[in-house]
Design a protein around this ligand. Structure first.
Ligand code: NAD
Length: 287
C-alpha cells in the first residue's frame, strides 16, 4: 500500500455540488487543495458553502475553530489550469459531459507531473474513454465520490482498461486518508452504483408519471418498506435531475436496452429547468 504524502497538493476542477465537497474533505484531512471552475461564481459559492459547513461542525463540537480555520487556509482558488502543475492527484468534477471532461484532461495533461494521478468523478462516462485522451492511461482512474461528499463514506474506485494496480493502490490509500471507504469496480456503463440506482430512480419517476402515487407516497413506500434512508424522488432531486438524465442516457446508449431510457417526465423537468435542490425545484420545492 502506498504511503501518503501531504507535502504535494491535490487539484480539483469543477466546484459544483461534488467538487466543493471533494475540496472540503481533502482540506479537512490536511491536504493543500487547488480548485478551479470555469464559472467564478461557483468558486465563491463553494468557499462560502464550505465555510458554512465547517462553522456548523464547530458549533456541533465535531471540530475546533482552529481546525476550521486551518482547513479553509489550505484551499486556494486558481484561475489558470497551469497552477495545477505541483499536484499529486488531479480530480475532475466538472459537468457530466464527455466533451467537457476530455477538454479539461487534454488541457492539463502536459502540465501535470509525469506521476500525477488523473482522476474523474464521473458518474457514468467511460473511464477508459477519458483515459485515452491522456498520455499515460495507466495513471488514469475513476474516483467516484457520493453526495454529499463530506457525509457519504463510499468512494467507488473505477479501473479503466489500462489503469495500473499501483495507481489503484495510491488512490485507495488517498481515499482512506480522507476518511472514506474505497470499493473497487471495473469500467462498465454506470459502474456498480448507478447501474443499480438509476433504473430505480427512473422507475419511481415512471410511477409518478403514470399516476400510481404522489411523490410523498412513492418515497415513503421505499423508505418505510425497503428501509431506504431517502426515497428515490428526493434522492434524484439531491443528485440533480440533469445529472440523472445524463447518466440514464449513457446507460441507454452504452448498454443498448430500452429499460434504461429516461422517463419522459424526467426529460420534461430538465427542459423546464426544474433540476432539484440546486434550482430549488424538482419533485419537491426547497427553501
Ligand atoms: P454541478 O453542475 O453542480 O457542477 C459542475 C461544475 O463544473 C459547475 O460549477 C460548472 O461551472 C463546472 N464546469 C463546467 N465546465 C467546466 C470546465 N470546462 N472547466 C471547469 N469547470 C467547469 O455538477 P455536480 O453534481 O457537482 O457533478 C459533477 C460531476 O460529479 C459529474 O461528473 C457528475 O456526474 C458527478 N457526480 C455527481 C453526483 C451528484 O450526486 N450530483 C454524485 C457523484 C458524481
Amino acid at each position: 500500500m502506498s504511503a501518503i504524502d501531504k507535502s504535494k497538493p491535490v487539484g480539483v476542477v469543477g466546484a459544483g455540488a461534488m467538487g466543493r465537497g471533494i475540496v472540503q474533505v481533502f482540506a479537512q484531512s490536511g491536504f493543500d487543495v487547488l480548485v478551479h471552475d470555469a464559472n467564478e461564481a461557483a468558486i465563491d459559492s463553494a468557499i462560502a458553502t464550505i465555510e458554512k459547513l465547517l462553522e456548523r461542525s464547530v458549533s456541533k463540537e465535531r471540530i475546533t475553530a482552529v481546525e476550521k480555520d486551518a482547513a479553509l487556509k489550505r484551499i486556494t482558488p486558481v484561475n489558470e489550469l497551469s497552477a495545477f502543475k505541483p499536484v499529486q492527484l488531479f480530480v475532475e468534477a466538472a459537468s457530466e459531459r464527455p466533451d467537457i471532461k476530455k477538454s479539461i484532461f487534454k488541457g492539463v495533461d502536459d502540465l501535470l507531473a509525469d506521476d500525477a494521478i488523473r482522476a474523474s468523478n464521473t458518474s457514468s462516462i467511460s473511464i477508459t474513454e477519458l483515459a485515452a485522451v491522456t498520455k499515460n492511461p495507466t495513471l488514469f482512474i475513476g474516483m467516484h465520490f457520493f453526495n454529499p461528499v463530506p457525509v457519504m463514506k463510499l468512494v467507488e474506485i473505477v479501473m479503466g482498461l489500462e489503469t495500473s494496480d499501483a495507481t489503484y493502490d495510491k488512490v485507495h490509500a488517498l481515499a482512506e486518508a480522507v476518511g472514506k471507504t474505497p470499493l473497487r469496480a471495473n469500467d462498465h456503463p454506470g459502474f456498480v452504483s448507478n447501474r443499480i440506482l438509476m433504473p430505480m430512480i427512473n422507475e419511481a419517476i415512471l410511477c409518478l408519471q403514470d399516476g400510481v402515487a404522489t411523490p410523498e407516497a412513492i418515497d415513503g413506500i421505499m423508505q418505510l418498506g425497503m428501509a431506504h434512508p431517502m426515497g428515490p424522488l428526493r434522492l434524484a432531486d439531491l443528485i440533480g435531475l440533469d445529472v440523472c438524465y445524463d447518466i440514464l442516457n449513457v446507460l441507454h446508449r452504452d448498454l443498448g436496452e430500452d429499460k434504461y431510457s429516461p422517463a419522459p417526465l424526467l426529460r420534461k423537468m430538465v427542459l423546464a429547468g426544474r433540476l432539484g435542490n440546486k434550482t430549488k425545484r424538482g419533485f419537491y420545492e426547497y427553501e
